[in-house]
Design a binder for this molecule. Sequence first.
Ligand code: FAD
Length: 391
Amino acid sequence: MSLTLNTDIAIIGGGIAGLWLNAQLRQQGFNTLLIEHNTLGGGQSVKSQGIIHGGAKYALHGALTGSSEAIADMPERWRKALQGEGELDLRGVRLLSDAHYLWSPGSIAGNLTSFFASKAMRGRVDQVKGQQLPAALQHKDFKGRVYRLAELVLDVPSLVQRLADLAGDSLLQAQTITPRYANQQLVGVQADNYSINAQRVVLCAGSGNQDLLQAFALSKPEQQLRPLHMVMAKGPALLPLYAHCLGGGSKPRITVTTHPAADGRWVWYLGGNLAEADGVARSEPQQIAAAQAEVAQLLPWVNQEATQWATLRVDRAEPVQSGLVRPDNAFVTEQGSLLVGWPTKLALAPDFSDRICKLLARDGIQPSSKQSYPDLPRPRVAQPIWENAFN
Ligand code: FAD
């Protein structure tokens, strides 16, 4: 038997985009239902490195052209939210690092000259030395330069949990989602046995958007997937490190973030160039060997003997773009009462939400009278990836 639920906005996908938007709309008084077919955050979000970028990485190759880019505002917006003074109350979310670092292992690379000259970077980067260095780089043999960026690194599992708490009774687990039409107009979705009436439907299901668009008989917007082959290392010799290590090219040679495992050990999560094209082509043992060689070369004092290694393959989902430049803004498009998008970065979830809210305001969509929902099947919060990686 089908049960009818009335809501204002039906959100499909419980990653950072859907969860942030859901919390924001509920705060504005909207009735919402967020439908997730698996675990909350279990797509790309909990597999991300949790860096709240301010665009420094893009300034390296000139793609960040000015302070007007949405990404430049993100660290400050998130910082306020973490302090309970922002658009959402994210107090209780674990801040792993108050800064992300840029680390040049040799002498200053040529591309850093234009980086420091870039208008977008002015006042946002300071060189650090000695005891100000990240713990893993405080070694007598360390050579190179390190710059502190005004960017944050978050513990994403605790972020997803907080946003799930803010979701109240609006979460629904359902496997099959199809559109519902009346007079050829989209009026909501069928989610398993629930017939949901909504003023607007938002698809923000990461890589799942493609199949959902097909279910809605739409061929646009097109999605692109960018495969990555990430590496995890866990061991007693690993100390916290949050840094882009610069190579010769425009992309970081490796990007290291450090995450707390339940047994009290630190887990290094390695991305950047290591995880891109060549890394994707490598088998798991080859990718681990490549990561071990990078660590041996860049941090030779780290004793790797008792370190465990694992890799993770994951696709980044984004709208199709021309050229190789990555978007520094969230992407949202609309087809009648259907809105579709990708935040393109965890950091840009607030920008994604802003764009949806603007479209709702433009169309005069207002909260209807408060609904309360029966006990709905509730999706679980995803486990941190490093908890099951080393079995
Ligand atoms: P997802 O997190 O993928 O969530 C989509 C959700 O939709 C999933 O829960 C999925 O189960 C659900 N879903 C799919 N299909 C359906 C369906 N048919 N019905 C119902 N639900 C469905 N960004 C940063 O800003 N900083 C970083 O440091 C960073 N590091 C990254 C590292 C890696 C390895 C990767 C892969 C990405 C990284 N990103 C980073 C990018 C960031 O993770 C993503 O842009 C962001 O998490 C996307 O969020 P999302 O909600 O759109 O998608």
